[in-house]
Design a protein around this ligand. Sequence first.
Ligand code: OGA
Ligand code: MN
Length: 207
Amino acid sequence: MQDPLLSQALNLHPWNLDQVLDDLNEFGFALIDDVYSNDYVRTLAHECTSHLAEFRAAGVQNGVVSHIRSDHILWINGQLPLAQQHIQTLEHLSQALNQAFYLGIKEVEAHFACYNAGEFYALHRDNPQQKNDRMISTVFYLHEHWQDDWGGQLRLQDKNGQWHIIQPLANRLAIFQSDLLHEVLLSKQQRLSITAWLRSGHSIWHG
Ligand code: OGA
Ligand code: MN
């Protein structure tokens, strides 16, 4: 069954929401390929690259340098209209997830991420021991194409303890429970994405 809300949203190719819900239920993660039209992904990637000068090192918090991650990020706000469209899609997805799993998602929080050659994000959970209100993590990959030997894979342990290696293919959306263990393997090329969290509370301000 297609969800008309989701299919209507933006340039979505129709895809099977039931399969996504089944996969999330069984494994705690799901992949959707060819989410949008190629035109939309190209213009979204352009929005990302045209703002690269404003990206900040993600591994620096309160002036302290972390060695866990080396990517650069830009929080998404109203100044980034194409990224906002993706957030709208995720808001529709949140409604479907709330209906299916009673997750109580209220907010979508998102940033662009850029990994330059040699950058990575070591093993972590986005929501360790329910420390924050991130329920579901999503990553959308928006570089033009990706080769298997470029690294930069998302390596993720599903809710049954099984490990998966996910190629960051353009126009692919990875969706997973925020409490799952995962990492980004060292990337040999510039790797562009939007990470977004579906949250059960209201957002905090990112300065
Ligand atoms: C993150 C993250 C995974 C990816 O941003 O927290 O784990 O594939 N990203 O980019
Ligand atoms: Mn993460």
